[in-house]
Design a protein around this ligand. Sequence first.
Ligand code: PLP
Length: 234
Amino acid sequence: MSSSPVARHLDEVRQRIAKAAADASRDASSVALLAVSKTFPAEDVRAAFDAGQRAFGENYVQEAVAKIAELADLRSEIEWHFIGPLQSNKTKVVAENVDWVHSVDRLKIAQRLSEQRPDGMAPLNVCLQVNVSGEESKSGVAPDEALALARQIAALPFLRLRGLMAIPEPAGTLDEQRAPHRRLREIMDTLRADGLELDTLSMGMSADIEAAILEGATMVRIGTAIFGARDYSN
Ligand SMILES: *Cc1c(COP(=O)(O)O)cnc(C)c1O
C-alpha cells in the first residue's frame, strides 16, 4: 500500500466517517466521501486515486476542466463533481465535463445545464443548494422556496435531481454545528413527502463531518483534511 501523505489523510478521514456513522447507528457505507481537490494539482488527485478514492469535487470551472483533461486516462473511473458557484456563461463547459453539480440554486442555471448536456451522456446528477444559514451567505435557494424550485428542476429532461446541498456557516460546538445540517435534512424530508425521489444529502466538510453524519449526510465533501491547507496566493 502507498503511504503518501494524501493516502494517510484519506485513511484518517475514512476512520472519522466510520466512527461518526457508528455513533449515529448508521452503516459507514451509507456515507460517500467526495474528495475536494480544488487548488491542488492533478498529482494529488492521482495519489488519492491510487489510495482508492474515486469521487472528486472542484469549485472553479477553468481549474476543473484543466484537471479533468490532465487526468483523462482516469476519466472512466473517476466521478467528477462541480461544487462551486456557477454562472450562466459557464454552464455549457460544466454540462459537458462533469457527472454531478451540487450548486444549482436557480431555475435558469438548471435549464441551461439540461439543454447543454450532450447527447449520449447520462443525465447530469444535480443537487439543489439551500441557504440554511440565513442572510450571511448569498448562495443557495431560501428554504421556503426549495420545494417549488426542486419540482421545476426534477421536470427537466437531461438532469437527475438527486438531493440537497448546503454549506453552513462555521460553528463552534457539535450542537451548534448540527442545527443547520438538521434543517437541511428536514427540508429533504419535506421534498420527499411531496413525492420527489431524492437520495443525496450533500453536507459536511473537514470541520463538521461528525455533525453532518449525525444529521443524515449521505455525501461529505472533504478538502483540507485530505489534501492539506489551501494556498490561494497563485
Ligand atoms: C472547499 C469546499 C469544501 C471542502 O472544504 P474543507 O473545509 O476544505 O473540507 C466542501 N464544499 C464546498 C462547497 C467547498 O467549496
